[in-house]
Design a protein around this ligand. Structure first.
Ligand code: GDP
Length: 657
């Protein structure tokens, strides 16, 4: 295969409609969500666009907040915030959680004062005081920001190795390929080679390095993305030549596209007698990946991971693509990166493989990692050799972290242990503050509110249907709905029940899931519930289209239903100077102030519609009273009709998802 210097297919979903007249899209590559630093060309700072209502001058942030939520609070486009972060050298996706200082600085850049509640700041100050060794107090410092936002300097940016993830259907040979590449290209003379998987390794090809993530599959890839980490530069999509495009192949394509990461196809197992690479290419073309040899822009390499055929060709092409894409970082800039994997080792304590994405990590450095921190006691390369430093795109296994971080956690170097402790503690406290709305996923109903002014709005959808025969017309009609104002972008369209991987994709790429005559598997339901990802199920196409059209016009009405949350029996009626109070016992559930109330006497409805106006325990006003406790209830209307023995049924209006 010839090596061409051409950017491969990227982000151009096969189902994506042609650009509208304005030719602008939020998802069309502008928000290339990957871990690479911004290109050298500085991002033009956008002047604020005209808005309907002026954005607020001041906002209150309860705790650590995502880019998306802060943008919503400030009534700005998240893209504006992401651009500012990029100028500071922070590659943050929309789901990235911002700490206090970062949020404040973003506010300053946008002319909005960010107020952090006293409790978090105070609590962290207390923790700090408790933890502080008898050192003199330094002036209040801008911790995280100071160290990472200085970021990268254009004049110091240098090429860095590409970071490659291997995706594809089960049994198509991802693991074999990763092992093959590792064993044939690891520096010769290493007795026994590498025995331990550490989550990532590097190979050297023609004097240039390539970093491979050693956990194959789009689940790991998207799980990281859903946590806010953007590490992959290139996806190698493995497709077995004897099996062709399978469901997980399609999923992998959608996941790579949603992340805006270019794809190189590895057509594997060509040693097999029934291998049919031609057919694979045809199938891939149907998915929107046109082989270069047919005039398309996707690099496809035929190989056999088993016999080592074509592996060099694949590696060469990865280098070509890296050349085209120009992945760069500032090795002297602030040191940031991502946890690839971590565990507790019986003998060595916490071990973590970190991928440095900018700057250089040194032995002895202090880092904050997610909600923990540590001083790097020892560093090893992927072969287990002790090293003293690791530059951009270098994976390194480190010892010295206080606790086991999570894969996908971001780390950054800070000035000293004290600062690290302080940040980690503040994050822990911030995370402990309940924040039901903190990670608000997009919903059909409110997706328009995320945009401002006259920019083109993109509605990302993931579609599941029961049969191919229904999926195709659904995808077509959805695409046909795109207009000059709203672009519908279908990230993935597939057959079968909604899976956890769909929810992760939705989470990572701000999409709504549409299910047509399909179920939701249990793990998916749980995850959607936790992350707030919206799953909408339909059985009738026109109803689905109608809802999407309404959503595009911002006219989708929320659907509410009333859910009974508790019952209380009236024990006694007290006449007060003004009105009555029903002394009640809560039989089951909970009584809340403001809840909807109906009073029943047997089957007869005494008070049809009222609210709990005041709720008391003894003389004290309370917000809620639970089962087994007595309370005094005063209804907004009709409590003069109540008698002993009546049952007050309490309900709440909940939004139907
Ligand atoms: P994964 O699930 O995608 O990681 O697939 P594996 O790497 O575990 O491979 C699945 C099976 O396919 C194993 O039995 C491999 O030995 C076999 N396999 C992988 N690559 C090749 C190949 O190039 N040729 C042949 N004949 N078999 C292969």
């Amino acid at each position: 295969m010839t090596v061409k210097s051409k950017a491969p297919n990227k982000g151009g979903a096969s189902h994506a409609p042609a650009r509208n007249e304005k030719g602008r899209s939020h998802n069309g590559g502008g928000n290339r969500q990957s871990g690479q630093p911004p290109k050298e060309r500085p991002m033009p700072r956008e002047e604020s666009r005209p808005t309907v209502a002026p954005p607020p001058k001041e906002v209150i942030v309860d705790s650590a907040i995502t880019v998306r939520d802060l943008a919503a609070l400030m009534q700005r486009s998240p893209i504006d915030l992401i651009k500012i972060l990029m100028q500071y050298g922070i590659m943050a996706p929309i789901t990235h959680t911002l700490d206090h200082d970062t949020a404040v600085i973003l506010g300053e850049e946008l002319g909005v004062k960010v107020n952090w509640p006293a409790k978090v700041v105070e609590a962290s100050a207390e923790a700090e005081a408790a933890a502080a060794d008898a050192q003199p107090q330094p002036p209040k410092q801008r911790t995280f920001i100071q160290t990472t936002m200085a970021g990268q300097r254009a004049d110091r940016m240098v090429e860095r190795p590409p970071v490659v993830a291997v995706l594809g259907h089960v049994d198509h040979g991802k693991t074999t390929l990763l092992d093959r590449i590792r064993h044939t290209n690891v520096a010769a003379g290493e007795a026994g080679g590498i025995t331990q998987r550490t989550g990532a390794y590097q190979v050297t090809v023609k004097g240039k390095k390539i970093t491979f993530l050693d956990t194959p599959g789009h689940e790991a890839f998207t799980a990281m993305r859903a946590r806010g980490a953007q590490v992959t530069d290139i996806v190698v999509l493995v497709v077995a030549a004897d099996d062709g495009v399978m469901p997980q192949t399609k999923e992998a394509i959608s996941h790579a596209r949603a992340a805006n990461v270019p794809i190189i196809v590895a057509i594997n197992k060509i040693d097999k007698p029934n291998a049919n690479p031609q057919r694979v290419m045809e199938e891939l073309a149907k998915e929107g990946l046109q082989p270069e040899s047919w005039g398309g822009d996707t690099i496809m390499v035929e190989l056999s991971a088993l016999t080592n055929l074509g592996i060099d060709d694949l590696l060469d092409n990865i280098l070509v693509l890296a050349e085209v894409e120009q992945f760069k970082a500032d090795p002297k800039g602030d040191c940031v990166g991502t946890v690839i994997e971590a565990e507790l080792d019986k003998f060595r304590g916490v071990t973590a493989t970190l991928l440095v994405q900018n700057g250089t990590l040194h032995r002895g450095d202090t880092v904050v990692v997610g909600k923990t921190w540590g001083r790097i006691k020892a560093m090893f390369d992927y072969e287990g050799k002790p090293i003293k430093e690791a530059g951009p795109s270098t994976p390194t296994m480190v010892l010295g972290l206080q606790e086991v971080p999570m894969a996908g956690d971001v780390f950054e170097r800070v000035e000293n242990d004290r600062q690290a402790r302080q940040i980690a503690e503040a994050r822990r406290l911030a995370a402990a503050v309940p924040q039901p709305e903190a990670r608000r996923a997009v919903t059909l109903e409110d997706f328009l509110k995320r945009f401002e002014g006259d920019e083109t709005k993109t509605l990302n959808l993931i579609v599941r249907a029961d049969m191919q025969g229904t999926l195709e017309p659904i995808v077509k009609s959805l695409n046909d709905l795109s207009n000059a104002d709203v672009e519908i972008k279908i990230l993935q369209a597939s057959i079968g029940d909604i899976s956890e991987s769909d929810v992760m994709l939705a989470e990572a790429s701000d999409a709504v899931i549409i299910g047509f005559s399909v179920g939701v598997d249990k793990a998916a339901a749980v995850r959607a519930d936790q992350s707030g990802v919206e799953i909408r199920k339909y059985d009738i196409i026109y109803k689905m289209l109608e809802d999407i059209e309404d959503a595009m016009k911002g006219m989708l009405e929320p659907v509410y239903k009333e859910v009974v949350v508790g019952h209380a029996t009236v024990l006694q009626i007290f006449k007060l100077r003004k009105g009555f109070v029903a002394g009640c016992m809560v039989n089951d559930g909970v009584v809340k102030r403001g809840a909807l109330a109906r009073a029943l006497r047997g089957n007869e409805v005494i008070v049809a519609e009222a609210r709990v106006e005041t709720l008391r325990r003894f003389t004290e006003d309370v917000a809620e009273v639970r089962q087994g406790y007595e309370c005094g209830i005063n209804l907004s209307q009709g409590d003069e009709l109540l008698k002993e023995g009546d049952v007050i049924e309490l309900s709440e209006r909940v939004r139907v998802r």
